[in-house]
Design a protein around this ligand. Structure first.
Ligand code: GDP
Ligand code: MG
Length: 167
């Protein structure tokens, strides 16, 4: 089983759509193994977005700095989900980074519509509801960065009846 990190960004928390989005992951059968609200420091986001996510290297300092500021606008909800190929399947459910380009049916396509240009000219990160780990390596590093070992729980859900070997 894979684990991946989801963050409900300040725009999702402030719009009151966390429950609705979380339901999508539960309905798809992903198991919530960690969940908490927090308002991390700039240093925490620096490591998340550059140390692990290489955002400054990939997209430049302006977008990096505006992303750090946008993420500090309020509390976020961090969640660890577990499931079969959770990392890539959840990225598919989340959709493209830019809501304008995200397909209908994806979280970013259904709950937002804004584009890079509009966001960048207002000095903001494009508000796209959730963060989701991009690959398995990023997921492992991000979960270690956001959660202590004792904040991750091991329990059974009924879906596992259908993913475990037949007895
Ligand atoms: P993600 O993995 O799909 O979230 O995309 P990235 O890791 O490339 O970027 C991290 C976050 O930075 C995105 O979710 C956006 O909030 C923000 N961001 C990325 N690219 C841009 C951009 O071109 N313009 C603006 N305004 N924000 C961006
Ligand atoms: Mg990313």
């Amino acid at each position: 089983m894979e684990r991946t990190l989801i963050i409900f960004k300040p725009d999702a928390v402030q719009r009151g759509i966390v429950g609705e989005v979380m339901t999508r992951f539960e309905k798809a059968g992903f198991k919530i193994v960690g969940l908490k609200m927090l308002q991390p420091s700039e240093e925490h986001y620096h490591k998340h977005y550059e140390g692990i996510g290489t955002l400054k290297t990939r997209k430049g300092n302006e977008i990096f700095e505006s992303t750090l500021l946008s993420m500090q606008e309020g509390p976020v909800i961090a969640m660890v989900l577990e499931g079969v190929e959770a990392v890539s399947t959840i990225r598919k459910m989340v959709g493209s980074t830019e809501p304008k380009s995200a397909l209908p049916g994806t979280i970013r396509g259904d709950f937002a519509h804004v584009n890079y240009n509009q966001a960048t000219t207002t000095g903001r990160a494009v508000a796209n509801i959730v963060h989701a780990s991009a690959d398995l390596n990023e997921a492992k590093q991000e979960i270690d960065h956001w959660f202590k070992k004792e904040e991750i729980f091991d329990y059974r859900v009924v879906h596992e009846h259908f993913t475990q070997p037949k007895s």
